[in-house]
Design a protein around this ligand. Structure first.
Ligand code: IMP
Ligand code: MG
Length: 178
C-alpha cells in the first residue's frame, strides 16, 4: 500500500468484480445495439479501459473533459467543456463512463448536454458513488459501489494529479491534503 494511504478500500480483484457486475448489466441492456462510450477525462480513463473490454456491443470511444460552474441548483449550473467530443452523437446510444459521482453537478449537466445533441439514449456508468454528497439528483443507471464520504485515490482517481497510477483504490491520509 502507498504510504500516503490510510486504508485500501478496493483491491484489484474487488475492482474487477465491480467492473464485471456493471458490464453484465450493460450487456443485458444493449443486446443487439451499438453504443458510444463517452469517457469523462481524466479520472475515468483507467476504469473505461477495463469496462469497454467487457462490453459485447459494438463500441465507439470518444472523450470529453468538462466541469460545472455557477452555484446552487441544476438549472443555474453551467457546463464548461474543456475538451469536446470528436464525433456527432445524434441518434447514438451514449454511455457516459465516470469514475466517481460526488455532488452530481457535472454529470447532470453533461447528461443534459448530450441529450440536447440528439442522442438516442444517454446513460451513465459510474464505478463509485458517494450518495451522502449528492446535491443534484441525477439518475445513474449503472453504479459499481456506493461508498461513504471519504476522499479516495487510485485507479484513475487523483489528488492534485497524483496517485492515478495506483492499481487499487484507497483512502488518502488526511494529513496529505490538509
Ligand atoms: P461532481 O459529482 O460534479 O461533484 O464531481 C465529481 C468529480 O469530482 C469526479 O469525477 C472526480 O473527478 C472528483 N471527485 C469526487 N470525489 C472524489 C474522490 O474521492 N477522489 C478523487 N476525485 C473525486
Ligand atoms: Mg472525474
Amino acid at each position: 500500500m502507498h504510504k500516503d494511504l490510510k486504508k485500501v478500500m478496493f483491491d484489484e480483484g474487488q475492482i474487477a468484480g465491480l467492473a464485471d457486475s456493471i458490464a453484465e448489466r450493460i450487456n443485458a441492456d444493449y443486446e443487439g445495439e451499438s453504443l458510444t462510450a463517452v469517457v469523462v477525462l481524466k479520472g475515468s480513463l483507467v476504469f473505461a479501459a477495463d469496462l469497454i473490454r467487457r462490453i459485447n456491443a459494438d463500441v465507439r470511444v470518444d472523450f470529453m473533459q468538462a466541469s460545472s460552474y455557477g452555484v446552487g441548483t441544476e438549472s443555474s449550473g453551467v457546463i464548461k467543456i474543456k475538451k469536446d467530443l470528436e464525433s456527432d452523437i445524434s441518434g447514438e446510444n451514449v454511455l457516459i463512463i465516470e469514475d466517481i459521482v460526488d455532488s452530481g453537478r457535472t454529470l447532470s449537466l453533461l447528461k443534459k448536454e448530450l441529450a440536447d445533441r440528439g442522442a438516442k439514449s444517454v446513460k451513465i456508468a459510474a464505478l463509485l458513488s458517494k450518495p451522502a454528497r449528492r446535491v443534484v439528483d441525477v439518475e445513474i443507471e449503472y453504479i459499481g459501489a456506493e461508498i461513504p464520504d471519504e476522499f479516495v485515490v487510485g485507479y484513475g482517481l487523483d489528488f492534485a494529479e497524483r496517485y492515478r497510477n495506483l492499481p487499487y483504490i484507497g483512502i488518502l491520509k488526511p494529513e496529505v491534503y490538509r
